[in-house]
Design a protein around this ligand. Structure first.
Ligand SMILES: [Zn+2]
Ligand SMILES: [Zn+2]
Length: 260
């Protein structure tokens, strides 16, 4: 199985990092976690098209995590060749409470975008599933468990595919519910937005992440959602986190791959 790190930064682009998106790719399974700006084009670079995705899992509704969702919905109506797909394949989108309201607002209430629901009939091929803390879903070859986290209606996911567990924090303050969800997982993908001395917002710093890793004891760790302050300081970050954890720790850049 491959984990493709499409977007590992923030809304502020740097040479190696931009907004959030992670693809879990196993045999016959392609799950996209978050869909920030640029994700669809980055999927194309690895030969994956909107039509290939089994599901999109959204952690929260900030622009750096969802702004390619609308293009994804529209692109799903087409085939790879650019001709309309009749009928389009179903697209399942999972997300926190409010997902349905957001999608309806975008494709129904906003007059300029409403052709996507009226003419392209997107609700014929959309399945929207709202999730809350403790929810578990089984979808044949993969399953998902959810924990709410402290970040503006945010949720974290534990995805199990081929007996491997991958936990993705989304954006969050350090949160015990996430630690419980992630304990002993094969791969923890956790945000580390800012160095501790400059931490702002509902995010996690290096010092806090070290404490989290000490508790979770994941086998592998990927650090994501890095603001530009981290550019050039990646090795120091790995060294610092390694003092708290024996995990294999990787500070991700866009288009990196981790194999599980
Ligand atoms: Zn956020
Ligand atoms: Zn974010």
């Amino acid at each position: 199985m491959k984990i493709h790190f499409l977007g590992t930064g923030s809304i502020v682009p740097t040479e190696g990092r931009f907004a959030s998106g992670i693809l879990i790719e196993a045999s016959n399974i392609k799950l996209l976690l978050d869909c920030g700006p640029g994700c669809i084009e980055k999927l194309r670079r690895i030969g994956v098209y909107p039509q290939d995705l089994n599901a999109l899992l959204i952690t929260h509704f900030h622009v750096d995590h969802v702004s390619d969702m609308l293009p994804l919905i529209k692109a799903r109506a087409y085939g790879r060749d650019g001709f309309p797909a009749l009928p389009p394949q179903m697209l399942e989108i999972l997300g926190p409470k409010g997902l349905e309201k957001l999608v309806r607002h975008l494709v129904v209430d906003i007059t300029e975008f409403s052709y996507i629901s009226r003419m392209m009939r997107c609700f014929n091929y959309l399945k929207l599933t709202e999730l809350s803390h403790g929810d578990k879903l089984f979808r044949g070859d993969w399953s998902v468990e959810v924990a709410e986290v402290e970040h503006y209606n945010g949720i974290a996911y534990k995805v199990v595919v081929e007996d491997k567990s991958i936990v993705y924090s989304g954006d969050t303050l350090p949160d015990k519910r996430l630690i419980e969800l992630a304990r002993g997982c094969d791969l923890l993908i956790h945000e580390c937005s800012f160095p501790h001395e400059t931490l702002i917002g509902k995010h996690t710093s290096d010092k806090q992440l070290a404490e989290i890793l000490g508790e979770v004891k994941a086998k592998k760790v990927a650090v994501v959602h890095l603001y530009p302050a981290w550019e050039g300081r990646e090795e120091t970050l790995v060294e610092q986190l390694s003092k708290a954890s024996r995990a294999d720790i990787h500070v991700a850049r866009d288009m990196d791959i981790i194999e599980l």
